[in-house]
Design a protein around this ligand. Structure first.
Ligand SMILES: *Cc1c(COP(=O)(O)O)cnc(C)c1O
Length: 467
């Protein structure tokens, strides 16, 4: 399709600006442009069609199944958007006098208390804007803790080889040396490898549980005990909380600080770069190191973002928690786990799970044998799913499984959708033996099929240039 700039016709427009109700001010000459900006000019109907067409070319949770592992692409109830759109929330200014923002503070305090209860933490900040930003903040808590004790010999953070790429990146960004430990054959932490890596130079461990292959590490209490015994702290990557919220708490597993992806677990739509929130919670002894807004809480604190963070994302999380209630939160987690197990077993016998055991909220398929037999790769299967109206699962992650496809159906999918998805996987499995070339050329009915991902990453063209 054409870009909006290419559809532009000079002089055509559809703007109906409200009457100006403030005093007009002339900008000083030095601040003015030399020429008018090259904005696209379209009639209202053409503008509407442009965005409708764009909308038709993307796949969202509103279009169909979206089992993108590790990302928790669940349906986010509209009521949460309605709450975040209330004028009292959207119109508030962060510098408004405290007596006029009592309601907003109550939202933050209530959301904090609910999320602390769910995670077993004692305090929480909403400043970080995403999960990775939350990790960065959390590892800075660990660093400040050791520094405050004068313990500067702790230079290493331990990260299992199944970790999300942001974990080692975070540790490195915070100035730590990353110690990668291999997983045991069951996908969990190898206790012997952990013990060998621990020492007086250990600052901490970063872990998610359930882990990235969808398995709950049964040794979790032993793992956190060993790290503490060595003088390190335990960081919980909360991106997988959807599997356990309301059922088991990271605080009780022995973790000292955590981040939550409010945009994964707690009702903010994501995928495409909208605002998120990587809330960071901690135990009481780390509370003093939490970031605060210099303007709102007084100076001298770590600050990782302006004011209280992406406030409206917190409004959505609170609305979500209040609609689910004390029974609904664990029920959502249990249904997420049930759906994942149902889908895994329905596909099994064709594509095989990498770990043949009960999974948590997601599971990983290992397509290496299938690729050897047919020449059809995990990428080819993912591309073929697009032709069936399904968003591909996460591919080639975690790195410990070759030809990996990682599926997370979430709790918001019906049995009918899961049955349909399993049938699509079974059909594609058979098709790989009959007509591998067809799958290797998929997708067949999208405007763009196989973009050059290396070029796109190395030389991104993200801006239209007027020729
Ligand atoms: C998504 C995810 C992150 C990073 O969160 P962002 O909000 O995308 O920065 C970290 N760890 C795991 C396991 C994740 O799935």
């Amino acid at each position: 399709m054409k870009l909006i700039f290419e559809k532009s016709v000079p002089g055509r427009h559809c703007d109906l600006l409200p009457r100006c109700d403030v005093e007009t001010v002339e900008l000083p000459e030095s601040l003015r442009r030399d020429a008018a900006p090259a904005l696209p000019e379209l009639s209202e109907v053409d503008l509407s069609r442009h965005y409708t067409e764009l909308n038709r070319q993307v796949h969202g949770v509103n279009c169909g199944f979206y089992p993108l592992g590790s990302c928790t692409m669940k349906y986010n109830p509209r009521i949460d958007e309605d709450m975040a759109a209330l004028p009292g929330f959207t119109g508030v200014h962060p510098l408004a006098p405290a007596r006029t923002t009592v309601g907003c503070r109550r939202v933050l305090d209530t959301a904090r208390s609910y999320l602390c209860e769910i995670t077993g933490m004692d305090d929480m900040t909403f400043q970080p804007a995403a999960g990775a930003h939350g990790e960065f903040t959390g590892v800075l808590l660990i660093k400040q803790y050791h520094d405050a004790r004068g313990d500067r010999a702790r230079t290493k953070i331990i990260v299992p080889d199944s970790a999300h790429g942001t974990n080692p990146a975070t540790a490195a960004m915070c100035g730590y040396q990353v110690v990668n430990i291999p997983s045991a054959p069951d996908g969990c932490v190898d206790l012997a490898a952990l013990q060998a890596a621990l020492g007086p130079d250990t600052a901490g461990l970063m872990l998610t549980n359930p882990n990235t292959v969808g398995i709950f590490d049964e040794n979790i209490l032993e793992i956190t005990r060993l790290v503490h015994e060595a003088g390190g702290l335990c960081y919980y990557d909360g991106a997988n909380l959807n599997a356990v919220m309301g059922v088991v708490r990271p605080g009780d597993m022995g973790f000292d600080c955590i981040h939550l992806n409010l945009h994964k677990t707690f009702a903010t739509p994501h995928g495409g770069g909208g605002p998120g929130a990587g809330a960071v919670g901690c135990k009481d002894f780390l509370r003093d190191f939490l970031p605060r807004s210099a303007l709102m809480d007084g100076p001298g604190r770590l600050q990782v973002r302006s004011f209280a963070g992406n406030f409206l994302v917190v409004v959505k999380a609170l609305a979500y928690l209040m609609t689910l209630g004390r029974q609904g939160v664990p029920e959502a987690a249990q249904n997420a786990v049930l759906n994942a197990n149902y889908l895994m077993r329905a596909i099994q016998g064709t594509f095989e799970p990498a770990f043949d055991r009960t999974c948590m909220h997601e599971f990983v398929l290992d397509l290496s044998a299938y690729k050897k037999d047919t020449g059809v790769s995990a990428l080819d299967v993912a591309k073929s799913l697009i032709d069936h109206g399904m968003h591909p699962p996460t591919m080639y992650f975690p790195l410990i499984v070759h030809e990996a496809l990682m599926l997370e159906p979430t709790e918001t999918e019906s049995k009918e959708t899961l049955d349909w998805a399993a049938e699509v996987f079974r059909q594609l499995y058979a098709l790989g033996y009959q007509d591998p070339a067809y799958m290797q050329a998929a997708p067949h009915n999208t405007p763009i099929g196989r973009p050059d991902e290396v070029q796109a990453a190395r030389h991104p063209v993200v801006r239209w240039q007027k020729s």
